[in-house]
Each structure stands twice: as C-alpha cells, then as structure tokens.
Design a protein around this ligand. Structure first.
Ligand code: FMN
Length: 228
C-alpha cells in the first residue's frame, strides 16, 4: 500500500557509501526515475573517517592495492564498525523512501555502511520508514543484501525490495579485473597473464536500476497512470 501521508512531493533519500562511485551510479539512475515522478531526491554519502582505514579509501587508485584490499579482510570478517561522518540530510530530513546503496566488501556489508546502520542516527532516520537496497559487487551479493536488510529492519525500517548488480567473469578473473582497476584506475585487457572481463557498472545495469526504481515507486507512491 502506498504510504505517503504528508502534503507536498514525496521525499527520497539516497544513502550510500561508494569508494569508486559504482553504488552512486546506480542510485543516480534510480533518482532520475523518482524525480520524473515528482519526488524530491536528497543524497547522503557516508564518509569513512576511521584513522585505521580512511587513508587508503581517500585516494584512487589505491597506492598498494594488494595489502590495502586484503587488509580489510580481518575487520570485515569480524563485522567490525569504525568512524564515519554523515551529512546533515541524515539528521534533518523526514523521508518517505530511503534507498541504500551497498557495495560488498569481503562478502558482507562494507564497514562504513555497517557503522551507520548500527548507529543511533540510523534509528532516527529509518524507524517506520520504507527502504530499498541496491547491492553493487563483483559477485557476492546475498550476504550483503541480507545483512543490510537485517540491520535496517533492526532500526525499525520497513523493507520494500532489493536488487543486486554483479560484474562478469569467474571468481579469479573478476577479482583480477577489479584489483587491476583499483590499483591502476584503468581498464586493462590482461593482468598477471590472465585475460580480464569488464568490471564495474555498465549501461545495462543503469537501465536495470531505472526499471527497479519504477517498481519501487509504484509500491511506495502508487502506480503511475498509463501513458505518463
Ligand atoms: C575492500 C574491498 C573488498 C571487496 N570485496 C568484495 C567481495 O568479497 N565480493 C565481491 O563480489 N566484491 C567485492 N568487492 C568489489 C566491490 O563490491 C565493487 O568494487 C563495487 O563496485 C564497489 O562499489 P563502490 O564503487 O560504490 O564502492 C570489494 C571491494 C573492495 C574495495
């Protein structure tokens, strides 16, 4: 059932952490659909400020990709949280729909997003509010999507729907394609002697994100009359 009760246009928040901009890309595509339906869209990027890890994510490409990338494995496996900074939009707004952009880090929710979803601020933002999840990853999406859903529901959020975007290639080739990109900032054909599949979000993913956003908008704001 559509649930917008206040007067004025529906309000949508894009909440995400995005290191290389892929999660932001799929949310931006979705935002075009929400705006075309008369919604006011606000962005809330999470900043990762934790002194132990922030430096490696403050620059792109990574300076030393293998230690910096694998260096997140222990903390991610233990589902640790760390320091973050959030924009005022998270504290001041009242939203009808919150779209959460979640890149997978070591098969689970990234530390910056987990840190937000476990904070007191998350309850103020999510309690009683509908949310949709956009997972972006190389291959591993299930635990991330389930993790974000559970964390947001624990703060009172009401799950509407979720989508995941994955990149082509097998476990090894997609991993090499990603690490080659993270370490160089460029798309290469080969790395360490292996032929690389494409990595990152492409135009088809963006189209998929727009279709998903239209479905979510139908559920939350009501169906658009045909022909619009
Ligand atoms: C530290 C780190 C760990 C990652 N671990 C995984 C993983 O376990 N599985 C996976 O499919 N993708 C993994 N990825 C790939 C990201 O999900 C992918 O690069 C995504 O595009 C990042 O989105 P962003 O640009 O919005 O941050 C990892 C990326 C980073 C930086």
């Amino acid at each position: 059932m559509p649930t917008v009760t206040h007067s004025g246009p529906p309000r949508v928040l894009l909440l995400y952490y995005s290191y290389t901009g892929q999660s932001k890309k799929v949310l931006d595509a979705a935002a075009d659909v929400f705006r075309a339906r008369g919604c006011v869209v606000t962005e809330a990027p999470i900043e990762f400020t934790d002194p132990r890890y922030a430096q490696r994510f403050s620059r792109f490409p990574m300076h030393r990709v293998w230690p910096e990338f694998f260096g997140m494995l222990p903390a991610q496996t233990l589902q640790r949280t760390g320091d973050i900074r959030t924009p005022d939009a998270v504290r001041t707004g009242d939203y009808d729909l919150i779209c959460i952009g979640s890149p997978t880090w070591w098969d689970t929710v990234s530390m910056p997003l987990r840190s937000f979803l476990k904070s007191h601020e998350a309850r103020n933002l999510l309690d009683g509010k509908r949310f949709a999840v956009f997972v972006v990853c190389r291959r591993k999406w299930r635990k991330n999507l389930a993790g974000v859903r559970k964390l947001a529901e624990n703060k009172g959020g009401r799950y509407v729907d979720g989508i995941h975007f994955t990149y082509p290639g097998g476990e090894l080739s997609s991993m090499l394609s990603l690490t080659s990109y993270l370490g160089s900032g460029e798309y290469k054909d080969r790395y360490l002697g292996v032929k690389l599949p494409p990595t990152n979000i492409n135009d088809e993913h963006l189209e998929e994100s727009r279709r998903f956003a239209a479905r979510v908008a139908d559920k939350v704001f009501g169906r658009q009359p045909q022909g619009n």
